[in-house]
Design a protein around this ligand. Structure first.
Ligand code: ARG
Length: 561
């Protein structure tokens, strides 16, 4: 239930002619609960009523029906409403206890399909921190959208086609060997790729050879195709190894190459609609009226481009999924590409292009340093995850040396810490990654939330079986922030979906954990009095909602740590 409506219902009869929505929108939520749970400012009324706001606040307070509230206070120009703690805590706790993990689930999405283009690393290059962001943001959005009643489809649009394969084949033919690649595929492929970029600085002819190999590949040359397939499958193996570690799966690995046989149709459609123009031998779509550069569809040599493949992919997704929204979780540096993509689709007469959304995100630096693949100065993601697991393991062995499953827990905490750190930042922010900070058990970290949840579980183990009936309520004011946080979970899930912003869930989890720890530090849970059952329900609810919040981020919650 939306408690703001209690305030609206109290105010409406005494505010002449104001409509409900208008009142609803004017109600504020004070920063601190001691200023009330809701506040109604009277400044706007003062203008039309030609009276001082303080006087209006006083008059309203005398007229309204206050029975539903603990109290209503006049504070200068504000009316502060304090909710009735007994009925509020009863409703929140019984709702969470009844709905369990489905608490917060809604059906806003009505089952509509939402393809999410996510991760999408490039074959024969290592997966980068940027791809990690796309992977974890995309995965969390899929979970959040699902919780809002949508049917997400996670698509890994692999970069498995393009001129880089010409480069890789060239490098392999010049410096590589089959045995070498078989022994250590990913590192070798990376080494060839890096060496190509080093040597073509001195020897630009290499670029011509690479272009020829790519052309052979496009024309179906057998040797080129065999090598391409081999490189692709080896790279995919290494990506999957990382995805397994992150616990993330995909519904489709249709990458760029999947659209090779769907390109002619796109070009034909563009031609039929009279959208293709020649420009210096190349075929382009003019996008001047969108204030965008022309989209380059076909090069002089007939080769199609990244955007041509994305046009084919967008149309394919529309036909296959009949989507209600189509998302692309891709770095902010590709903003223009997606603007062009949408504009071309719009020009083609596809109104569904309005439902395509680029979900951009900022850059990651590691301990202040930029990450790049070209130079080979890559911090392999795997190393980052392994280091995080090591740090988690050290802390666990200090705090809880006898923990069973310590290895699994260290894994969940280390990996969870990396994911959580990525997601707690608003997605378009750029941020630094300092592992020691990220894996700390205190502060605004994933391990802090996990630790809080494990602590709640340990309280519940100590409590044993305690009966919880329907009449539970909590009068202890120390529990108020926690109860209010629990109550706001369903609305938080809606907000996160509307803004495509997992950070809303991460920040929520931090706030709930903080509120609960403060409560626990100031109040005794396990004393035998009338409200014991209610307090146990509170601890259970906190544990459940923290676990569910972490799940929506793609982070596991160990029972003990
Ligand atoms: N492979 C591209 C890259 O690493 C990202 C692809 C994003 N998805 C898309 N449909 N364009 O930059």
């Amino acid at each position: 239930m939306d408690y703001k409506n209690l305030v609206v219902d109290a105010l409406e009869p005494v505010l002449d002619g104001a409509n409900q929505k208008d009142i609803y929108d004017r109600i504020e939520v004070p920063k601190e609960s001691k200023m009330g749970d809701y506040a109604f400012p009277t400044f706007t009324l003062a203008k039309t009523m030609h009276k001082a706001p303080q006087i209006i606040a006083q008059e309203i307070s005398e007229k309204i029906d206050q029975v539903k509230f603990e109290k209503v206070e006049v504070a200068g120009p504000y009316l502060n409403f304090f909710l009735d703690k007994k009925s509020f805590s009863n409703e929140v706790l019984t709702t969470v206890m009844k709905q369990k993990a489905s608490y917060g689930q809604n059906e806003d999405g009505k089952g509509g399909k939402v393809p999410i283009d996510m991760s999408s690393p490039n074959i024969a290059k290592p997966i980068s921190m940027g791809h990690l962001r796309s992977t974890v943001i995309g995965n969390s959005l899929a979970l959040i959208l699902e919780k809002n009643g949508y049917s997400p489809v996670k698509i890994n649009h692999l970069g498995d086609w393009g001129t880089q394969f010409g480069k890789l084949i060239t490098a392999y033919k010049l410096w590589g060997s089959e045995e070498e690649v078989k022994a250590d595929p990913i590192n070798k492929l990376l080494e060839y790729y890096v060496r190509f970029h080093k040597e073509d600085q001195k020897n630009p002819e290499l670029d011509d050879i690479a272009r020829d190999w790519f052309k052979k590949l496009e024309n179906g040359d057998e040797e080129a195709i065999t090598l391409w397939k081999w490189f692709r499958s080896e790279s995919l193996k290494s990506f999957k190894y990382i995805y397994d570690k992150l616990g993330i799966t995909f519904d489709s690995f249709n990458g760029e190459a999947f659209y090779n046989d769907k390109m002619d149709e796109v070009v034909e459609l563009l031609e039929d609609k009279g959208l293709l123009k020649e420009s210096q031998g190349a075929q382009v779509v003019d996008l001047e009226k969108y204030n965008l550069n022309p989209a380059l569809i076909k090069k002089t040599d007939g080769a199609t481009l990244y955007i041509t493949r994305d046009l084919a992919a967008a149309i394919y997704r529309y036909r296959t999924y009949d989507f209600v929204q189509s998302l692309y979780v891709v770095g902010a540096e590709q903003t223009n590409h997606f603007k062009q993509l949408k504009a071309v689709l719009k020009e083609m007469g596809y109104d569904w292009s309005d439902n395509i959304h680029h979900i951009p995100f900022g850059l990651i630096t590691l301990n202040g340093k930029k990450l790049s693949t070209r130079s080979g100065r890559v911090v392999l993601l795997d190393e980052v995850l392994n280091d995080a697991i090591k740090l988690a393991s050290q802390q666990i062995s200090e705090k809880n040396p006898d923990l069973k499953d310590a290895k699994q827990v260290a894994n969940d905490v280390g990996v969870g810490a990396v994911i959580f750190h990525d997601l707690k930042n608003e997605r378009t922010n750029s941020f630094d990654f300092n592992l020691a900070e990220v894996v700390r058990f205190e502060g605004e970290t994933g391990p802090y939330v996990q630790y809080t949840r494990a602590r709640a579980e340990s309280i519940l183990r100590k409590a044993g079986d305690i009966e919880i009936d329907e009449n539970i309520s909590i009068s202890d004011t120390n529990a108020w922030e926690t109860l209010k946080a629990l109550e706001s979970f369903p609305n938080t899930i809606k907000r996160a979906a509307l803004a495509y912003e997992p950070s809303i869930i991460a920040k929520y989890a931090l706030a709930l954990a903080k509120a609960f720890n403060k409560y626990y530090a100031n109040s005794k849970v396990l004393t035998n009095d009338q409200e014991l059952g209610a307090r146990i329900a509170l601890v259970k609810s906190v544990s459940m909602v923290l676990k569910e919040s972490l799940r929506l981020l793609g982070v596991k919650s160990p029972q003990e740590m």
